[in-house]
Design a binder for this molecule. Structure first.
Ligand SMILES: Nc1ncnc2c1ncn2[C@@H]1O[C@H](COP(=O)(O)OP(=O)(O)OP(=O)(O)O)[C@@H](O)[C@H]1O
Ligand SMILES: [Mg+2]
Length: 225
């Protein structure tokens, strides 16, 4: 089976005054397509740093990040835009929905950016809102939605362009337990149905237990769990 993600010799540090903080220290691994990988690890160990590099929101010091056969560390600005819009989806702890747009419009945006007609974008967005059980709230603005509902819309938006890889950084981190369970259940259901590969960062042991591949990030490297 093809690997959706291949990471080779990845290094990342941050400057903190005079000292160089080494966060990721020579990471090597690959994720087979369709698998769901869960990353845990202590606060500050570099989980978001890693995910942001795979999502091309942050730059590595060195190494390769090959997604779907393309080394994203070698892409130019236009290539990165296309990569973010078409190849990956990203769900964060905070929803980042646009407050002046309805739930439906928020989900449609990436599809419109990808060049779909309004009608096609709306159809796809409605399908995904259905999958996250939000059809009845499609015309609501984010300020009128609960935290769990906002995250369900954010999940729908992340998937509207059928990304090969979904990245999720503590998507249930701001939710109470019931809403966490629901968002988590829907997220895993949808990626399974669509055969989307998933990399999910979480502190929640129950969510972590649902991964096909479970790792802990420690001292800049993954430890298989
Ligand atoms: N822009 C930055 N500049 C300097 N240091 C940074 C920067 N971003 C992150 N760091 C440092 O890198 C380390 C890893 O941060 P990161 O956000 O990846 O941790 P994390 O594992 O996601 O933690 P949490 O579970 O709390 O979200 C931390 O020590 C943090 O202080
Ligand atoms: Mg983090």
């Amino acid at each position: 089976m093809m690997d959706i993600l291949e990471v080779k010799n990845l290094y990342k540090s941050y400057k903190n005054g005079d000292e160089q903080l080494q966060i990721i220290k020579g990471l090597n691994f690959s994720l087979p397509a369709g698998k769901r990988m869960v990353i845990t690890g202590e606060s500050g160990c570099g989980k978001s740093t890693f995910l942001n590099m795979v999502g091309s929101l942050d730059q590595s010091d060195s190494g390769q990040i090959i997604v779907n056969g393309t080394d994203i560390t070698a892409l130019d600005a236009a290539g990165l835009c296309q990569y973010r819009n078409q190849t990956i989806g990203f769900v964060f702890q905070f929803h980042y929905l646009l407050k002046e747009l309805t739930a439906l419009e928020n989900v449609m945006i990436p599809a419109l950016v990808a060049g779909l007609s309004k009608k096609d974008a709306s159809e796809r967005a409605m399908e995904l809102l259905e999958s996250v059980k939000m059809t009845h709230r499609k015309d609501f603005y984010p300020s009128r939605l609960s935290g769990g509902e906002r995250q369900r819309v954010a999940v729908a938006r992340a998937l509207v362009n059928n990304p090969a890889l979904l990245l999720a950084d503590e998507p249930t981190g701001n939710l109470d337990q019931d809403n966490s369970r629901l968002v988590e259940k829907l997220l895993f259901q949808i990626v399974e149905q669509r055969r989307t590969s998933l990399i999910l960062v979480t502190h929640d042991p129950t969510i972590a237990s649902h991964g096909d591949i479970k790792v802990k990030l420690e001292k800049g490297k993954f430890i298989a769990l």
